[in-house]
Design a protein around this ligand. Structure first.
Ligand code: GDP
Length: 443
Protein backbone atom coordinates (compact mmCIF):
# COMPACT_ATOMS: atom_id res chain seq x y z
CA UNK A 1 0.00 0.00 0.00
CA UNK A 2 1.30 3.44 -0.99
CA UNK A 3 4.90 2.15 -1.32
CA UNK A 4 5.78 4.32 -4.31
CA UNK A 5 4.48 7.50 -2.76
CA UNK A 6 6.19 6.69 0.54
CA UNK A 7 9.50 6.25 -1.23
CA UNK A 8 9.20 9.50 -3.12
CA UNK A 9 8.19 11.54 -0.08
CA UNK A 10 10.95 10.02 1.97
CA UNK A 11 13.47 11.29 -0.58
CA UNK A 12 11.99 14.80 -0.47
CA UNK A 13 12.04 14.93 3.32
CA UNK A 14 15.55 13.62 3.58
CA UNK A 15 16.73 16.66 1.67
CA UNK A 16 14.67 18.99 3.84
CA UNK A 17 16.06 17.55 7.04
CA UNK A 18 19.54 18.41 5.89
CA UNK A 19 18.84 22.14 6.13
CA UNK A 20 19.29 23.91 9.47
CA UNK A 21 17.09 26.74 8.26
CA UNK A 22 14.51 26.62 5.51
CA UNK A 23 14.16 29.43 3.02
CA UNK A 24 11.03 29.94 0.97
CA UNK A 25 13.04 28.66 -1.96
CA UNK A 26 13.85 25.38 -0.11
CA UNK A 27 10.19 24.90 0.69
CA UNK A 28 9.09 25.73 -2.85
CA UNK A 29 11.51 23.19 -4.27
CA UNK A 30 10.38 20.51 -1.86
CA UNK A 31 6.76 21.25 -2.69
CA UNK A 32 7.40 20.92 -6.41
CA UNK A 33 8.74 17.46 -5.68
CA UNK A 34 5.80 16.61 -3.45
CA UNK A 35 3.46 17.60 -6.25
CA UNK A 36 5.30 15.37 -8.73
CA UNK A 37 5.19 12.53 -6.21
CA UNK A 38 1.42 12.93 -5.80
CA UNK A 39 0.86 13.04 -9.55
CA UNK A 40 2.96 9.94 -10.03
CA UNK A 41 0.80 8.27 -7.39
CA UNK A 42 -2.14 9.02 -9.70
CA UNK A 43 -3.65 11.66 -7.45
CA UNK A 44 -6.13 13.92 -9.21
CA UNK A 45 -4.34 16.96 -10.71
CA UNK A 46 -6.39 19.60 -8.94
CA UNK A 47 -6.19 17.74 -5.63
CA UNK A 48 -2.38 17.63 -5.88
CA UNK A 49 -2.19 21.31 -6.77
CA UNK A 50 -4.41 22.40 -3.88
CA UNK A 51 -2.56 20.14 -1.48
CA UNK A 52 0.78 21.70 -2.28
CA UNK A 53 -0.63 25.23 -2.12
CA UNK A 54 -2.06 24.62 1.37
CA UNK A 55 1.13 23.03 2.69
CA UNK A 56 3.26 25.85 1.28
CA UNK A 57 1.07 28.50 2.81
CA UNK A 58 1.13 26.84 6.21
CA UNK A 59 4.85 26.07 6.09
CA UNK A 60 5.84 29.61 5.20
CA UNK A 61 3.47 31.20 7.66
CA UNK A 62 3.91 28.96 10.67
CA UNK A 63 5.82 30.09 13.75
CA UNK A 64 8.99 28.08 14.19
CA UNK A 65 8.46 25.73 17.08
CA UNK A 66 11.38 25.13 19.43
CA UNK A 67 10.75 21.40 19.55
CA UNK A 68 10.90 20.71 15.82
CA UNK A 69 13.53 21.44 13.25
CA UNK A 70 12.29 23.37 10.20
CA UNK A 71 12.35 20.16 8.14
CA UNK A 72 10.35 18.27 10.74
CA UNK A 73 7.90 21.12 10.84
CA UNK A 74 7.20 20.75 7.12
CA UNK A 75 6.79 17.00 7.53
CA UNK A 76 4.32 17.64 10.34
CA UNK A 77 2.30 19.95 8.10
CA UNK A 78 2.37 17.42 5.24
CA UNK A 79 1.15 14.78 7.71
CA UNK A 80 -1.71 17.01 8.90
CA UNK A 81 -2.75 17.77 5.34
CA UNK A 82 -2.52 14.13 4.28
CA UNK A 83 -4.87 13.26 7.15
CA UNK A 84 -7.28 15.91 5.85
CA UNK A 85 -7.00 14.66 2.29
CA UNK A 86 -7.80 11.12 3.40
CA UNK A 87 -10.91 12.35 5.15
CA UNK A 88 -9.82 13.85 8.46
CA UNK A 89 -11.57 11.72 11.02
CA UNK A 90 -12.48 8.03 11.07
CA UNK A 91 -16.04 7.61 9.81
CA UNK A 92 -17.91 4.61 11.14
CA UNK A 93 -21.02 3.13 9.56
CA UNK A 94 -24.35 4.05 11.11
CA UNK A 95 -25.53 1.21 13.34
CA UNK A 96 -27.41 3.06 16.05
CA UNK A 97 -30.30 4.62 14.18
CA UNK A 98 -33.39 2.90 12.87
CA UNK A 99 -33.38 -0.91 13.23
CA UNK A 100 -32.88 -3.14 11.39
CA UNK A 101 -29.94 -1.35 9.85
CA UNK A 102 -29.96 -1.73 6.06
CA UNK A 103 -26.68 -1.41 4.17
CA UNK A 104 -26.71 -1.39 0.37
CA UNK A 105 -23.51 -2.22 -1.49
CA UNK A 106 -23.17 -0.61 -4.92
CA UNK A 107 -20.46 -0.49 -7.55
CA UNK A 108 -19.25 -1.86 -10.83
CA UNK A 109 -18.91 -5.56 -11.54
CA UNK A 110 -15.73 -7.05 -10.16
CA UNK A 111 -15.15 -4.19 -7.73
CA UNK A 112 -15.52 -6.55 -4.78
CA UNK A 113 -19.13 -6.00 -3.65
CA UNK A 114 -19.97 -9.62 -2.90
CA UNK A 115 -16.67 -10.35 -1.15
CA UNK A 116 -16.96 -7.13 0.86
CA UNK A 117 -20.55 -8.01 1.83
CA UNK A 118 -19.23 -11.24 3.33
CA UNK A 119 -16.29 -9.52 5.04
CA UNK A 120 -18.51 -6.82 6.48
CA UNK A 121 -21.06 -9.37 7.71
CA UNK A 122 -18.26 -11.22 9.44
CA UNK A 123 -16.91 -8.05 11.05
CA UNK A 124 -20.37 -7.03 12.28
CA UNK A 125 -21.15 -10.51 13.58
CA UNK A 126 -17.96 -10.38 15.63
CA UNK A 127 -19.26 -7.14 17.14
CA UNK A 128 -22.41 -8.91 18.28
CA UNK A 129 -24.75 -7.89 15.45
CA UNK A 130 -26.99 -10.36 13.64
CA UNK A 131 -26.37 -9.80 9.94
CA UNK A 132 -28.57 -11.04 7.10
CA UNK A 133 -27.02 -11.24 3.65
CA UNK A 134 -29.35 -10.31 0.80
CA UNK A 135 -28.30 -11.20 -2.76
CA UNK A 136 -30.03 -8.77 -5.13
CA UNK A 137 -28.03 -9.39 -8.30
CA UNK A 138 -30.47 -11.34 -10.48
CA UNK A 139 -28.55 -10.94 -13.75
CA UNK A 140 -25.14 -12.49 -13.26
CA UNK A 141 -25.52 -16.25 -13.11
CA UNK A 142 -24.04 -17.60 -9.90
CA UNK A 143 -24.07 -14.21 -8.12
CA UNK A 144 -26.71 -15.44 -5.69
CA UNK A 145 -24.85 -18.69 -5.22
CA UNK A 146 -21.57 -16.83 -4.56
CA UNK A 147 -23.13 -15.06 -1.59
CA UNK A 148 -24.79 -18.27 -0.39
CA UNK A 149 -21.41 -20.00 -0.33
CA UNK A 150 -19.90 -17.10 1.64
CA UNK A 151 -22.84 -17.17 4.06
CA UNK A 152 -22.37 -20.89 4.65
CA UNK A 153 -18.68 -20.44 5.35
CA UNK A 154 -19.38 -17.63 7.77
CA UNK A 155 -22.45 -19.27 9.29
CA UNK A 156 -24.44 -16.16 8.47
CA UNK A 157 -27.97 -16.49 7.05
CA UNK A 158 -28.51 -15.57 3.39
CA UNK A 159 -31.89 -14.54 1.99
CA UNK A 160 -33.17 -17.17 -0.50
CA UNK A 161 -33.38 -14.77 -3.45
CA UNK A 162 -34.39 -16.06 -6.88
CA UNK A 163 -33.74 -14.55 -10.29
CA UNK A 164 -37.42 -14.23 -11.19
CA UNK A 165 -38.12 -11.58 -8.56
CA UNK A 166 -37.24 -7.89 -9.04
CA UNK A 167 -34.41 -6.64 -6.80
CA UNK A 168 -36.59 -4.08 -5.02
CA UNK A 169 -39.11 -6.83 -4.24
CA UNK A 170 -36.30 -9.08 -2.95
CA UNK A 171 -35.31 -6.27 -0.58
CA UNK A 172 -38.88 -5.86 0.68
CA UNK A 173 -39.19 -9.58 1.34
CA UNK A 174 -35.78 -9.72 3.03
CA UNK A 175 -36.71 -6.81 5.29
CA UNK A 176 -39.88 -8.62 6.39
CA UNK A 177 -37.96 -11.82 6.94
CA UNK A 178 -35.35 -9.97 9.02
CA UNK A 179 -38.06 -8.53 11.25
CA UNK A 180 -39.59 -11.97 11.82
CA UNK A 181 -36.23 -13.59 12.52
CA UNK A 182 -34.75 -10.73 14.51
CA UNK A 183 -31.84 -10.03 12.20
CA UNK A 184 -30.65 -6.51 12.96
CA UNK A 185 -28.39 -5.76 9.98
CA UNK A 186 -29.24 -6.37 6.32
CA UNK A 187 -26.45 -6.25 3.78
CA UNK A 188 -27.81 -5.95 0.25
CA UNK A 189 -25.42 -7.06 -2.48
CA UNK A 190 -26.63 -5.37 -5.67
CA UNK A 191 -25.87 -6.05 -9.32
CA UNK A 192 -22.91 -4.40 -11.00
CA UNK A 193 -22.21 -3.70 -14.65
CA UNK A 194 -18.94 -3.35 -16.46
CA UNK A 195 -19.80 0.31 -17.08
CA UNK A 196 -22.30 2.66 -15.55
CA UNK A 197 -25.64 2.43 -17.34
CA UNK A 198 -29.06 3.93 -16.83
CA UNK A 199 -30.78 0.62 -16.09
CA UNK A 200 -28.34 -0.10 -13.26
CA UNK A 201 -28.76 3.36 -11.77
CA UNK A 202 -32.55 3.21 -12.04
CA UNK A 203 -32.61 -0.10 -10.25
CA UNK A 204 -30.47 1.23 -7.39
CA UNK A 205 -32.53 4.41 -7.19
CA UNK A 206 -35.68 2.32 -7.00
CA UNK A 207 -34.28 0.39 -4.03
CA UNK A 208 -33.15 3.60 -2.37
CA UNK A 209 -36.61 5.14 -2.76
CA UNK A 210 -38.45 2.08 -1.43
CA UNK A 211 -36.25 0.75 1.36
CA UNK A 212 -35.12 2.70 4.45
CA UNK A 213 -31.37 2.47 3.87
CA UNK A 214 -28.96 3.38 6.67
CA UNK A 215 -25.92 3.23 4.42
CA UNK A 216 -25.16 3.14 0.72
CA UNK A 217 -21.59 1.96 0.43
CA UNK A 218 -19.93 2.49 -2.92
CA UNK A 219 -17.38 -0.27 -3.51
CA UNK A 220 -14.46 0.52 -5.81
CA UNK A 221 -11.32 -1.27 -6.88
CA UNK A 222 -8.41 0.91 -5.68
CA UNK A 223 -6.18 -0.44 -8.45
CA UNK A 224 -8.27 1.41 -11.03
CA UNK A 225 -7.00 4.75 -9.64
CA UNK A 226 -8.70 7.83 -11.06
CA UNK A 227 -11.35 5.70 -12.83
CA UNK A 228 -12.56 4.63 -9.41
CA UNK A 229 -12.86 8.30 -8.45
CA UNK A 230 -14.81 9.20 -11.61
CA UNK A 231 -17.23 6.30 -11.18
CA UNK A 232 -17.68 7.11 -7.48
CA UNK A 233 -18.51 10.68 -8.39
CA UNK A 234 -21.13 9.55 -10.88
CA UNK A 235 -22.73 7.09 -8.45
CA UNK A 236 -22.75 9.75 -5.76
CA UNK A 237 -24.52 12.27 -7.95
CA UNK A 238 -27.26 9.77 -8.87
CA UNK A 239 -27.58 8.07 -5.51
CA UNK A 240 -27.02 9.40 -2.04
CA UNK A 241 -23.80 7.46 -1.27
CA UNK A 242 -22.91 7.48 2.44
CA UNK A 243 -19.44 6.02 2.31
CA UNK A 244 -16.81 4.36 0.17
CA UNK A 245 -15.08 1.00 0.39
CA UNK A 246 -11.79 0.77 -1.50
CA UNK A 247 -10.88 -2.83 -2.25
CA UNK A 248 -7.60 -4.43 -3.36
CA UNK A 249 -5.64 -1.77 -1.48
CA UNK A 250 -2.88 -4.24 -0.68
CA UNK A 251 -1.95 -4.37 -4.36
CA UNK A 252 -2.09 -0.63 -4.93
CA UNK A 253 1.40 0.82 -4.59
CA UNK A 254 0.26 4.28 -5.69
CA UNK A 255 -2.83 5.17 -3.69
CA UNK A 256 -4.26 7.79 -6.07
CA UNK A 257 -7.87 6.73 -5.51
CA UNK A 258 -7.55 6.79 -1.72
CA UNK A 259 -5.97 10.23 -1.82
CA UNK A 260 -8.48 11.85 -4.18
CA UNK A 261 -11.85 10.23 -3.61
CA UNK A 262 -12.94 12.13 -0.49
CA UNK A 263 -11.88 15.45 -1.94
CA UNK A 264 -13.68 14.88 -5.25
CA UNK A 265 -16.87 13.19 -4.03
CA UNK A 266 -17.14 14.69 -0.55
CA UNK A 267 -17.83 11.18 0.75
CA UNK A 268 -15.56 9.43 3.27
CA UNK A 269 -13.76 6.15 2.83
CA UNK A 270 -15.17 3.93 5.54
CA UNK A 271 -13.41 0.62 4.87
CA UNK A 272 -10.53 -0.76 2.86
CA UNK A 273 -10.17 -4.29 1.50
CA UNK A 274 -6.65 -5.61 1.89
CA UNK A 275 -6.86 -9.14 0.51
CA UNK A 276 -9.15 -11.88 -0.71
CA UNK A 277 -9.57 -13.47 2.73
CA UNK A 278 -12.72 -12.84 4.74
CA UNK A 279 -10.75 -11.11 7.50
CA UNK A 280 -9.12 -8.72 5.06
CA UNK A 281 -11.32 -5.71 5.70
CA UNK A 282 -10.21 -2.78 7.82
CA UNK A 283 -11.94 0.32 9.12
CA UNK A 284 -10.26 3.24 7.38
CA UNK A 285 -8.41 5.55 9.75
CA UNK A 286 -7.06 8.63 7.91
CA UNK A 287 -4.61 9.47 10.68
CA UNK A 288 -3.06 6.03 10.74
CA UNK A 289 -2.89 5.76 6.97
CA UNK A 290 -1.17 9.14 6.69
CA UNK A 291 1.39 7.93 9.24
CA UNK A 292 1.90 4.76 7.25
CA UNK A 293 2.47 6.77 4.06
CA UNK A 294 5.11 8.84 5.82
CA UNK A 295 6.82 5.71 7.13
CA UNK A 296 5.76 6.37 10.70
CA UNK A 297 4.18 2.94 11.05
CA UNK A 298 0.79 2.06 12.38
CA UNK A 299 1.12 0.79 15.89
CA UNK A 300 -2.54 1.35 16.75
CA UNK A 301 -3.80 -1.02 14.07
CA UNK A 302 -1.21 -3.54 15.14
CA UNK A 303 -2.39 -3.36 18.75
CA UNK A 304 -6.01 -3.68 17.67
CA UNK A 305 -5.24 -6.75 15.59
CA UNK A 306 -3.39 -8.29 18.49
CA UNK A 307 -6.25 -7.51 20.82
CA UNK A 308 -8.75 -9.04 18.44
CA UNK A 309 -6.94 -12.37 18.28
CA UNK A 310 -5.27 -12.64 21.65
CA UNK A 311 -7.49 -14.15 24.24
CA UNK A 312 -6.83 -12.38 27.56
CA UNK A 313 -7.02 -15.58 29.62
CA UNK A 314 -4.71 -17.38 27.23
CA UNK A 315 -2.25 -14.48 27.35
CA UNK A 316 -2.21 -14.55 31.15
CA UNK A 317 -1.70 -18.31 31.12
CA UNK A 318 1.23 -17.99 28.74
CA UNK A 319 2.73 -15.17 30.82
CA UNK A 320 2.58 -17.36 33.91
CA UNK A 321 4.17 -20.27 32.11
CA UNK A 322 6.93 -18.05 30.82
CA UNK A 323 7.64 -16.81 34.32
CA UNK A 324 7.84 -20.32 35.66
CA UNK A 325 9.87 -21.45 32.70
CA UNK A 326 7.19 -23.90 31.67
CA UNK A 327 6.71 -22.56 28.17
CA UNK A 328 6.64 -25.72 26.04
CA UNK A 329 6.81 -26.33 22.31
CA UNK A 330 3.05 -26.87 22.52
CA UNK A 331 2.67 -23.27 23.70
CA UNK A 332 5.06 -22.20 20.97
CA UNK A 333 2.69 -23.77 18.43
CA UNK A 334 -0.25 -21.87 19.95
CA UNK A 335 1.70 -18.64 19.61
CA UNK A 336 2.40 -19.30 15.95
CA UNK A 337 -1.30 -19.78 15.40
CA UNK A 338 -2.11 -16.47 17.12
CA UNK A 339 0.38 -14.65 14.91
CA UNK A 340 -1.10 -16.24 11.80
CA UNK A 341 -4.53 -14.94 12.76
CA UNK A 342 -3.19 -11.38 12.71
CA UNK A 343 -2.43 -11.53 9.01
CA UNK A 344 0.54 -12.29 6.82
CA UNK A 345 3.97 -11.48 8.28
CA UNK A 346 4.37 -8.81 5.65
CA UNK A 347 1.10 -7.15 6.63
CA UNK A 348 2.10 -7.21 10.29
CA UNK A 349 5.58 -5.85 9.68
CA UNK A 350 4.29 -3.02 7.51
CA UNK A 351 2.59 -1.57 10.56
CA UNK A 352 5.80 -1.30 12.57
CA UNK A 353 7.42 2.16 12.35
CA UNK A 354 10.69 2.16 10.43
CA UNK A 355 10.25 -1.32 9.01
CA UNK A 356 9.45 -0.06 5.52
CA UNK A 357 12.97 1.35 5.36
CA UNK A 358 14.55 -1.78 6.80
CA UNK A 359 12.72 -3.98 4.33
CA UNK A 360 14.39 -2.19 1.45
CA UNK A 361 17.91 -2.98 2.63
CA UNK A 362 19.42 -5.91 0.79
CA UNK A 363 21.08 -7.70 3.68
CA UNK A 364 18.05 -7.67 5.99
CA UNK A 365 16.34 -11.06 5.89
CA UNK A 366 12.83 -10.86 4.48
CA UNK A 367 10.00 -12.17 6.65
CA UNK A 368 9.46 -15.67 5.47
CA UNK A 369 5.96 -17.08 5.68
CA UNK A 370 7.34 -20.47 4.66
CA UNK A 371 9.55 -20.60 7.77
CA UNK A 372 6.50 -20.17 9.94
CA UNK A 373 4.68 -22.93 8.09
CA UNK A 374 7.74 -25.17 8.38
CA UNK A 375 8.07 -24.52 12.10
CA UNK A 376 4.42 -25.37 12.57
CA UNK A 377 4.77 -28.60 10.58
CA UNK A 378 7.82 -29.60 12.60
CA UNK A 379 6.14 -29.08 15.96
CA UNK A 380 3.06 -30.90 14.72
CA UNK A 381 5.20 -33.90 13.82
CA UNK A 382 6.34 -34.20 17.43
CA UNK A 383 4.52 -36.35 19.93
CA UNK A 384 2.78 -34.58 22.80
CA UNK A 385 5.49 -35.86 25.14
CA UNK A 386 8.18 -34.38 22.95
CA UNK A 387 6.39 -31.06 22.75
CA UNK A 388 6.25 -30.91 26.53
CA UNK A 389 9.84 -31.96 27.06
CA UNK A 390 12.10 -30.91 24.24
CA UNK A 391 15.16 -32.39 25.94
CA UNK A 392 14.04 -35.90 25.06
CA UNK A 393 14.29 -35.15 21.34
CA UNK A 394 17.46 -37.07 20.48
CA UNK A 395 19.02 -37.72 17.08
CA UNK A 396 16.69 -40.54 16.03
CA UNK A 397 13.64 -38.58 17.07
CA UNK A 398 14.91 -35.59 15.09
CA UNK A 399 15.22 -37.81 12.05
CA UNK A 400 11.66 -39.07 12.49
CA UNK A 401 10.29 -35.55 12.96
CA UNK A 402 12.08 -34.28 9.85
CA UNK A 403 10.66 -37.14 7.79
CA UNK A 404 7.18 -36.64 9.25
CA UNK A 405 7.11 -32.91 8.52
CA UNK A 406 8.74 -33.13 5.12
CA UNK A 407 11.71 -31.04 6.29
CA UNK A 408 15.37 -31.74 7.01
CA UNK A 409 17.17 -32.54 10.25
CA UNK A 410 18.82 -29.14 9.88
CA UNK A 411 15.37 -27.51 9.92
CA UNK A 412 14.38 -29.43 13.05
CA UNK A 413 17.62 -28.42 14.74
CA UNK A 414 17.00 -24.80 13.87
CA UNK A 415 13.52 -24.81 15.39
CA UNK A 416 14.79 -26.48 18.56
CA UNK A 417 17.67 -24.04 18.77
CA UNK A 418 15.48 -20.96 18.43
CA UNK A 419 13.07 -22.40 20.99
CA UNK A 420 15.95 -22.99 23.44
CA UNK A 421 17.22 -19.48 22.84
CA UNK A 422 13.78 -18.12 23.50
CA UNK A 423 13.68 -20.00 26.80
CA UNK A 424 17.04 -18.57 27.77
CA UNK A 425 15.91 -15.07 26.97
CA UNK A 426 12.72 -15.57 28.93
CA UNK A 427 14.72 -16.72 31.92
CA UNK A 428 16.70 -13.52 31.81
CA UNK A 429 13.70 -11.22 31.79
CA UNK A 430 11.30 -13.30 33.84
CA UNK A 431 12.57 -11.63 37.01
CA UNK A 432 11.06 -8.35 35.85
CA UNK A 433 7.32 -8.27 36.51
CA UNK A 434 5.23 -7.37 33.47
CA UNK A 435 8.21 -7.48 31.16
CA UNK A 436 6.91 -10.35 29.11
CA UNK A 437 3.16 -9.94 29.02
CA UNK A 438 3.46 -8.15 25.72
CA UNK A 439 0.66 -5.89 24.50
CA UNK A 440 -1.26 -4.19 27.29
CA UNK A 441 -4.98 -4.36 26.86
CA UNK A 442 -6.89 -1.14 27.02
CA UNK A 443 -9.79 -1.12 29.47
P1 GDP B 1 -18.38 -8.04 -7.37
O1 GDP B 1 -18.60 -8.38 -8.80
O2 GDP B 1 -18.34 -6.55 -7.16
O3 GDP B 1 -19.35 -8.69 -6.43
O4 GDP B 1 -16.92 -8.53 -7.00
P2 GDP B 1 -16.44 -9.82 -6.19
O5 GDP B 1 -16.79 -9.67 -4.75
O6 GDP B 1 -16.92 -11.03 -6.88
O7 GDP B 1 -14.87 -9.66 -6.31
C1 GDP B 1 -14.17 -9.71 -7.53
C2 GDP B 1 -12.78 -10.27 -7.28
O8 GDP B 1 -12.03 -9.37 -6.48
C3 GDP B 1 -12.79 -11.59 -6.52
O9 GDP B 1 -11.82 -12.43 -7.08
C4 GDP B 1 -12.39 -11.19 -5.11
O10 GDP B 1 -11.74 -12.23 -4.42
C5 GDP B 1 -11.46 -10.03 -5.38
N1 GDP B 1 -11.37 -9.10 -4.24
C6 GDP B 1 -12.34 -8.44 -3.57
N2 GDP B 1 -11.83 -7.65 -2.61
C7 GDP B 1 -10.49 -7.80 -2.64
C8 GDP B 1 -9.39 -7.22 -1.92
O11 GDP B 1 -9.52 -6.40 -1.01
N3 GDP B 1 -8.13 -7.65 -2.30
C9 GDP B 1 -7.94 -8.54 -3.30
N4 GDP B 1 -6.70 -8.89 -3.62
N5 GDP B 1 -8.94 -9.07 -4.00
C10 GDP B 1 -10.20 -8.72 -3.69
Amino acid sequence: MFENLSDRLEGVFKKLRGHGKLSEENIAEAMREVRTALLEADVNFKVAKDFVATVTQKAVGREVSGALSPGQQVIKIVHEELVELLGGVTEQIELDGRQPVVIMMAGLQGSGKTTTSGKLAKMLKAKGRKPYLVPADIYRPAAIEQLQVLGERLEIPVHPSTTDIKPVEICHQALKEAEVRNYDTLIIDTAGRLHIDEALMDELKEIQAAIPLSEVLFVADAMTGQDAVTVADKFNSDLEVSGIVLTKMEGDARGGAALSIKNITGKPIKFVGIGEGLDDLEVFHPERVASRILGMGDILTLIEKAEAVVDKKEADKIAKKLKKNKFTLEDFLDQIQQIKKMGSLDQILDMVPGISKLKKLKDVPKPDEKELVKTEAIIRSMTIKERRNHQMINASRRKRIAAGSGTTIGDVNRVLKSYSEMLKMMKKISGKPGAITGVKRRK
